[in-house]
Design a binder for this molecule. Structure first.
Ligand code: GLC
Ligand code: CA
Length: 516
């Protein structure tokens, strides 16, 4: 295990509730993950990122943390987590866990105390209202006002659900608490943290109205947030082996984004521009180039992500008629989907993503080619987004359906569609052309973290060269294209992708160029 393992790592995201159910109660758990570690090792990933596994009332699927130093009983125990970390390490897999510092659960002891005694409210943002109105015009990212009133008439701030009160990072105690939580898990062998809402911790202390067309939100990407990460970095660096941070920052400006990746701050951050980008050659080329350009000056590796637990699965996005991008403001559920096309593009996108320089994230189920389940009955929907927007946004449940390991399926907290019986890991294992086998081969062959160089094969084609004659070609046009000269075909995105010397539309190939 080299020191810079994270720079070119392939990291697999586990959403614990939906990954694998070890005890058959319909909810994923750590026993289930432990049983599937060999599957993940064989897949060829370097690390697992766990969405929150802490005790939580699950008002936001675990992103409402009631205790940062334990495991939710539905998932197992702290001892299970420790065993999991040890077993993963033995297989060469690192462990990254989510930390949620912007807010905690309303069931966290700090908030319970704050509700009981107004003198204990400094750790949160309690304010008096404006008459009967909230203290300012901030809106929750899940819909509705970002303020909720408590029985004595005060209001508290929550940028997400009302069960997720925002912590007040002007309080030294909040800093001390989270620094201690980092050490708690680092001491248990965790290799890194994914930082939830990493840009959001610091608020403009005046809590000004956002108003109509705000240039910059007074609760996102405030300069003071960098100081927090400089302190965290010192803690990570105090461990002899390399412990890392990856930040979740949805920021419009790639240069502001890169500030988080300076050498004394976070090691990496999620690249959402790439995820949100439609399946269009010019836009993808521009996003890839601006990503590489923004990362170069800070010397941080880029990361490439196609899907996660918050966004519409990319098989569905790429198969849609019209816009194939992703936008939180409009999930476009119900738009007609050509799933065969979406799957073909997803296969090509996998090769594109894994050929780019830097780190890559794989969201659980992506390797099985799973798609968004858009027709969940309303009464089963659990994402607070659905209720808070009064159903106008269906929310994120459709990408959080449990993973189909083998059919028949048992009961689970969200039901698996019957059609997934044909897409189980077991079925795909037995089919050499399956998405699962494509992911395994690609993860085994993907290049490292060196530079990339574009090759011009026309406007509809993304083509670039990496180290050792490795070259990736993606055809986003509507007609076959001729392949550039090469010594061998390393991997094609699917059956029929390469015919003779031609690459089919919506297909990708990895080539080895003739050595000079
Ligand atoms: C992040 C998480 C999302 C969660 C939100 C609030 O965006 O990825 O799932 O709901 O933060 O914690
Ligand atoms: Ca279970």
């Amino acid at each position: 295990m080299t020191d810079d393992w994270w720079r070119g790592a392939a990291i697999y995201q586990v959403y614990p509730r939906s990954f694998a159910d070890g005890n058959g109660d319909g909810i994923g758990d750590l026993a289930g993950v432990r049983a599937r570690l060999p599957y993940l090792a064989e897949l060829g990933i370097d690390a697992i990122w766990f969405s929150p596994w802490y005790p939580s009332p699950m008002a936001d699927g675990g992103y409402d943390v009631a205790d940062y130093r334990d495991i939710d009983p539905a998932f197992g125990t702290l001892a299970d987590a420790e065993a999991l970390i040890t077993e993963a390490h033995a297989l060469g897999i690192r462990i990254i866990i989510d930390i949620v510092p912007n807010h905690c659960s309303d069931q966290h002891p700090w908030f319970a105390e704050a509700l009981r005694s107004p003198s204990a409210r400094k750790r949160f943002w309690f304010r008096e209202g404006r008459g009967e109105l909230p203290p300012n015009d901030w809106q929750s990212r899940f819909g509705g006002p970002a303020w909720t009133r408590v029985p004595d008439g005060s209001w508290y701030l929550h940028l997400y659900a009302s069960e997720q009160p925002d912590l007040n990072w002007t309080e030294p105690e909040v800093h001390e608490e989270f620094e201690d939580v980092l050490r708690f898990w680092f001491d248990r062998g965790v290799d890194g943290f994914r930082i939830d809402v990493a840009d959001g911790l610091v608020k403009d202390p005046e809590l000004p109205d956002v108003g109509g067309a705000a240039e910059r939100l007074p609760y996102s990407d405030m300069d003071g947030v960098h100081e927090i990460y400089r302190a965290w970095r010192k803690i990570a660096d105090s461990y002899p082996d390399k412990r890392i941070f990856v930040g979740e920052m949805w920021l419009p400006d790639p240069e502001r984004f890169a500030l988080y990746l300076r050498s004394d701050e976070l090691h990496s951050g999620f690249n959402f521009d790439f995820l949100a980008c439609p399946w269009e050659p010019d836009r993808l080329r521009a996003v890839i180039q601006s990503t590489v350009d923004a990362h170069a000056p800070v010397g941080a590796p880029a990361t490439w992500v196609l899907s996660n637990h918050d966004v519409t699965r990319h098989v569905t996005r790429y198969g849609r008629s019209g816009d194939t991008g992703f936008d939180f403001a409009d999930r476009r559920h119900g738009t007609p989907v050509d799933r065969e096309l979406g799957t073909r593009r997803a296969r090509a996108a996998a090769l594109l993503t894994m050929a780019l320089p830097g780190g890559v994230y794989v969201y659980q189920g992506e390797e099985l080619g799973l798609w968004e389940i858009e027709d969940l009955p309303d009464e089963l929907r659990q994402d607070p987004v659905f209720a808070r927007t009064k159903g106008s946004d269906p929310g994120r449940d459709g990408c959080r359906i449990p993973i189909p390991w083998s059919a028949p399926f048992g009961e689970s907290w969200l039901p698996m569609p019957a059609e997934w019986a044909g897409y189980t890991a077991e079925v795909q294992e037995s089919r050499p052309d399956s998405m699962l086998h494509l992911y395994r081969k690609a993860l085994a062959l993907r290049p490292g973290d060196g530079a990339m160089e574009w090759i011009d094969l026309g406007p509809d084609v993304l083509a670039f060269r990496r180290e050792d004659g490795f070259c990736c070609v993606v055809n986003l046009g509507c007609t076959p294209i001729s392949l550039p000269e090469h010594e061998s075909v390393l991997l094609a995105s699917g059956p029929g992708a390469v015919e003779g010397e031609e690459l089919a539309p919506d297909a990708a190939v990895w080539l080895r160029e003739a050595s000079a």
